[in-house]
Design a protein around this ligand. Structure first.
Ligand code: 8YV
Length: 313
């Protein structure tokens, strides 16, 4: 019997991944990364954003591929992998619409106070309808500022256009033209913060974007503004955000991600009414997660076979 390729994976994987990997690889525990040099390791498959460092990869002289389940690879030292000639696979495109849907879910929920409304509607306090309670902020015809107009950001823009929103964006390189006749206006980060009713972060996490939204940035935003983060937690400074929400420097926030993730259970942010939270559910639909599993396994198998990956960074 031929030996199966030996691949380090997270100890817990989804059913989709387990099914797709069955009979194709020999799974090694994640702790293998913290062991000694091992010439028998062929690949690494990352599922839940575990760190893969230069030191880890250097221990495996025959490592052929690192395959990530997801598009963001900030938990993998991509530069070190490049220097070692190890391709890093990811799963772009398939999750764009789904993650954009989650951004809109949070934008609508935070703007229209759904979290408070849901709690109240279930509680014994709800004994009569009062037209004066829980007034939220308008969404249609408001200005949205999207930070990071890549594949997901673009899908968010399309959804905002359907809500008749005025769309500003900021990214490193402005678009050459306005695709699909969407009216997208490129602005500086400061202009975006000053003019937007909704600020949506969907940029990759890099050295440049770590702490991108901090105390100074909140001070530039409107008091009525809503911040949405569907990027990575560290793009927003947690202490500054907590203060901005507590002191009503901004109106509300909708967060798919936090820093740290999860927040300590006694963190003050968790007790605020004007923050709507999700536990990193950006791409969490059955359909999208299946596609992500298929692509990450395909990338892994291609890499193990010395072939070009479907998608790599
Ligand atoms: C995934 C994500 O849930 O793709 C990404 O970058 O953050 C999410 O869509 C995650 O990668 C799965 O671990």
């Amino acid at each position: 019997m031929t030996q199966l390729p030996r691949v380090i994976t997270d100890d817990v994987l989804s059913d989709n991944l387990i099914e797709l990997l069955a009979g194709k690889i020999e799974r090694l525990p994640w702790a293998t990364l913290d062991g000694g040099v091992d010439e028998t390791v062929d690949g690494i498959l990352t599922f839940g954003h575990m760190l893969v460092t230069a030191g880890h990869m250097a221990k495996f002289p025959n490592l052929k591929v690192v395959s990530n389940y997801g598009v963001g690879v900030d938990h993998i030292d991509v530069e070190a992998a490049r220097n070692l000639n190890i391709p890093v696979g990811n799963t772009p495109h398939v999750l764009n619409g789904t993650t954009a849907d989650q951004a809109m879910t949070l934008l609508l929920a935070a703007g229209r106070r759904l979290r408070e409304g849901d709690r109240y509607a279930r509680s014994s306090e709800f004994t009569y309808f009062d037209p004066a309670y829980m007034l939220g902020t308008e969404i249609h015809h408001q200005t949205v500022g999207i930070i990071g107009l890549g594949g997901i950001g673009y899908q968010i823009a399309r959804r905002c256009a359907a809500f008749d929103m005025n769309i500003l964006y900021h990214k490193r390189t402005p678009l050459a033209d306005n695709p699909e006749n969407l009216k997208l206006t490129y602005v500086s980060l400061d202009e975006l913060l000053q003019q937007s009713d909704f600020v949506v972060c969907i940029c990759p996490l890099t050295e440049d974007t770590t702490g991108l939204i901090g105390k100074e940035e909140f001070a530039k935003m409107k008091n009525s503004a809503v911040l949405i983060n569907v990027a990575r937690g560290p793009v927003v400074d947690t202490a500054a955000l907590t203060e901005a929400l507590q002191q009503r420097i901004i109106y509300a926030a909708g967060l798919d991600v936090t820093d740290p993730e999860p927040l300590p259970r006694d963190h003050p942010l968790l007790s605020l009414d004007n923050v709507t939270l999700a536990p990193h559910l950006g791409s969490a639909t059955m359909q999208t997660r299946r596609k992500m599993a298929e692509i990450s396994v395909e990338n892994l198998l291609l890499g193990l076979d010395d072939q070009t990956l479907l998608h790599s960074v």
